[in-house]
Design a protein around this ligand. Structure first.
Ligand code: FAD
Length: 392
């Protein structure tokens, strides 16, 4: 490979959002280079019909429609995808069921394994004219009058009009250009594991909200469920120390035995939780997307959906640009930032607001939360609105 390249856009990071950005911008006829610090992903699935990736995502129907529109879905094995037909939420004294059918929707969203989605994105990417630079870390950014230069530890120099920073939570690009972040630490850890359940999951996503303790059981095919249990760091350590049988018992108890007996499939994994938002979504010839721009609590199952929405916006704005127009120009990047800020802010407010409401010790607020759930349950129009929001 030559040690100097020119392109319109260089995408830094090949996580879900970086891969999607490279695909979507190539689809808009941009000349794209993708830099990944990892090798090309092995795109053959390694899980059997009875084993499941511990890392799964809830994708909204809008995300699915978009992934179909850019040709990624053609590479997804639908047998490993579960639709979410309803959401069942339990508070301390009451519960609420939101059914897709009540809002005349086919489904609220779907559950897909990380490995499936990553493999589909890689396969689509490889069918496009995108230059791949793998096993290379970005190491230096320089600006010239009309370009930005990204250098890698593989001695490559990439001249571009724009860098799309998709390099995750600890974004190297974001740090290079001194964009700060505001952080809300929940002191919580997500404990994730998969189970085979005695009872069918009926394609229902279930969540139990307790004080700073949220258990989610998400439907997987063939009577499997995927657990995301957000708990204090201390409780996470206790859960991790349990045998598989003891963990099953704990989950059965916390989920009010609603799934019957559980049998763990695979390992127990963890991820630290926090809310992190970049103070700016753009820099000089730089845009932040995905976790590089924002990380939200997984309770709303929105993190990667939010990242994909960054990419959708960027791609849509690109369509409006004249082909000769400079994609790294400040006025263009400002449009992106303006368009994305409201979505990111409202997701932050939703997730931290919910965590606070269900965790509150204040009796009045607790009553209001339970009253809120009950009154939503009684009002079909409000329910329909919430269902449509969840599916968006
Ligand atoms: C427990 C848990 C459950 C979740 N569940 C959901 C869910 O149900 N629905 C949902 O929408 N979201 C969910 N999320 C959020 C989702 O996982 C993230 O939002 C998403 O994976 C972020 O993707 P990304 O591509 O932005 O970042 P990453 O996945 O972090 O990718 C960044 C990439 O950049 C690379 N990189 C970093 N530095 C460099 C460098 N210097 N040079 C080159 N490459 C570099 C990294 O190796 C990596 O490949 C969940 C998160 C957690 C923790």
């Amino acid at each position: 490979m030559a040690n100097k390249m020119d392109c319109d856009v260089v995408v830094a990071g090949a996580g879900l959002v970086g891969l999607a950005a490279a695909i979507a911008l190539a689809d808009k006829h941009k000349n794209v280079v993708l830099v990944s610090d990892k090798p090309v992903l092995e795109t053959k699935p390694t899980f059997s019909a009875y084993s499941w990736d511990e890392r799964v995502y809830a994708l909204t129907s809008s995300t699915e429609v978009w992934l179909k529109s850019i040709g990624v879905w053609d590479f997804v094995d639908e047998n490993r995808v579960s639709s979410i037909d309803a959401m069942h939420i339990w508070g301390s004294q009451t519960d609420l069921v939101l059914k897709a059918a009540d809002a005349n929707l086919a489904k609220l969203g779907l559950i897909i394994e990380n490995q499936q989605l990553m493999a589909a994105l890689w396969r689509k990417l490889q069918s496009l004219d995108v230059t791949l630079v793998t096993d290379s870390r970005c190491t230096k950014i320089e600006h010239t009058t009309n370009d930005v230069i990204l250098r890698t530890d593989s001695a490559l120099q990439i001249n571009a009009k724009l860098i799309v920073a998709a390099d995750g939570l600890h974004s190297w690009v974001r740090q290079q250009v001194n964009i700060g972040v505001s952080v809300k630490n929940y002191d919580q850890v997500a404990v994730v594991a998969n189970f085979l359940a005695e009872n069918p999951n009926n394609n229902e996503a279930k969540q139990w909200f307790n004080a700073h303790d949220i258990l989610a059981l998400l439907p997987l095919p063939n009577q499997h469920v995927s657990m995301v249990w957000s708990v204090s760091t201390e409780k996470a350590a206790q859960l991790l120390a349990l045998t598989s049988d003891a963990l099953c018992e704990q989950v059965q108890m916390q989920s009010q035995e609603s799934m019957g007996k559980l049998k763990q499939i695979g390992e127990t994994k963890t991820a630290a939780l926090r809310q992190q938002t970049a103070s700016q979504l753009i820099g000089e010839r730089i845009v932040l997307v995905g976790d590089a721009a924002h990380q939200v609590h997984p309770m709303a199952g929105q993190g990667v959906n939010l990242g994909f929405r960054d990419v959708i916006e960027l791609a849509q704005l690109t369509t409006k640009l004249h082909p000769m127009h400079d994609i790294g120009e400040r006025a263009f990047l400002r449009q992106y930032e303006r368009a994305r800020k409201a979505d990111v802010m409202s997701m932050n407010t939703l997730t931290s607001g919910l965590d606070y409401l269900f965790a509150t010790e204040q009796t009045m607020l607790k009553k209001l939360t339970n009253w809120g759930l009950r009154s939503i349950a009684r009002q079909p129009s409000l329910k329909r609105l919430l269902i449509k929001q969840a599916a968006h």
